[in-house]
Design a protein around this ligand. Structure first.
Ligand SMILES: *Cc1c(COP(=O)(O)O)cnc(C)c1O
Length: 342
């Protein structure tokens, strides 16, 4: 299926990107006097590869997708912002968000002066497909589906996601920040079926590299080309690219950590369910648990006195009275449960 140019803002369709010094020659080069760098080698004196060839090739191979389907950003947060800038005209277009969900979609919309239409998730935290499609207005350019969803932790029914991919007139962004912890498979394997599908993944969660800021967007090559055209030329530092390449050399270590965290998640859920003040531990496909608890704010503050920080979501719609608790190391999880018992 082909990509509709109308998914892009008019000026982005023909946008002429900044061309960096290293883009402007072809051939063999030994002496680089083109970019006003300091010539003395310290390992970092040169600008990084603006196209991130080596890193993209590695990620594409590991993920089993063609490299033209892959964009790399300074965290998923940069990918989200660039999607707004590529696709939504302030004033006329809007994004559809399904609260309760990740806060950055709304922040990026506000920063880009793009209107938001909110359609709440159902009480079991699934997208209300009928309500989303029934209330469709002109200018609906982006729909964000966070699956597994932050803060509820569940993955969305694939039938619902597919129905939205088939009927939503704009881009459908499936944010898979937590997909490595989920029993559901990734949507990156369906890219060729849906030209309006964007999948976001990140190195910040399972990969253990929140500090390097590296996010991935998988989409139709035309959209990837547009994101490449509008990104800041050197959006990924040399340090980021090096650290990611190094981590990708030992994927089995990450798989082991994920297995351990999944086992810990189930143990922690059981321990929490046995506490008298805990009313509900929601099922999780992620590395955190949404926990409904009596006097959530008081519990939050009690945990702080024990030097334990969790996320207070007790005033978020559909999460009333809930704390969001990340699965930590076995020792950290025991300390949390002990603090809740005390
Ligand atoms: C943590 C998280 C991210 C990660 O964002 P980065 O900018 O890549 O660190 C993205 N989406 C969701 C839903 C998250 O919870």
């Amino acid at each position: 299926m082909s990509f509709s140019e109308t998914l892009l803002r008019a000026h982005v369709r023909t946008f002429a990107p900044y061309t960096s010094a290293r883009d402007e020659f072809t051939g063999r080069a030994e002496v680089f006097l083109d970019a006003n760098e300091n010539p003395f080698d310290n390992g970092l004196n040169r600008y990084p590869d603006p196209h991130q060839h080596a890193l993209k090739a590695r990620i594409a191979a590991i993920k089993g997708v063609d490299i033209q389907h892959l964009f790399l950003g300074n965290g998923s947060d940069e990918c989200i912002d660039l999607l707004f800038r590529a696709c939504t005209d302030p004033g006329t277009d809007h994004a559809v968000l399904l609260p309760p969900t990740y806060g950055m979609y709304g922040v990026s919309a506000a920063l880009n002066a793009v209107r938001v239409r909110e359609v709440a998730l159902s009480p079991d935290f699934q997208p209300d497909v009928e309500a989303i499609l029934a209330g469709m207005e002109p200018g609906a350019k982006l729909l964000f589906l966070c699956s597994p969803n932050n803060p509820s932790g569940n993955a969305f029914d694939s039938d619902r996601v597919e129905a939205l991919l088939r009927s939503f007139p704009g881009l459908v962004v499936v944010d898979e920040a937590y997909v490595d912890f989920s029993s559901q498979s990734s949507w990156i394997h369906r890219l060729k079926e849906f030209p309006n599908l964007v999948v976001l993944q990140t190195f910040s969660k399972a990969w253990g590299l929140a500090g390097i800021r590296l996010g991935m967007a998988f989409a139709h090559p035309r959209l990837i080309a547009a994101l490449d055209a509008i990104k800041p030329p050197y959006n990924l530092s040399a340090l980021t690219q090096q650290a990611a390449l190094k981590a990708l050399e030992m994927p089995e270590r990450i798989r082991e950590q994920v297995q351990l965290l999944l086992a810990e998640r189930e143990q922690l859920a059981t321990a929490l369910r046995n506490l008298p003040q805990v009313e509900m531990v929601y099922p999780s496909d992620a590395n955190f648990l949404l926990v409904k608890i009596a006097d959530a704010r008081t519990v939050y503050e009690h945990l702080l006195t024990q030097a334990i920080v969790v996320r207070d979501r007790s005033r978020v719609r559909l999460c009333e009275g809930c704390l969001r608790i990340t699965v930590g190391t076995p020792t950290e999880n025991m300390r949390l449960v002990a603090a809740l018992q005390g």
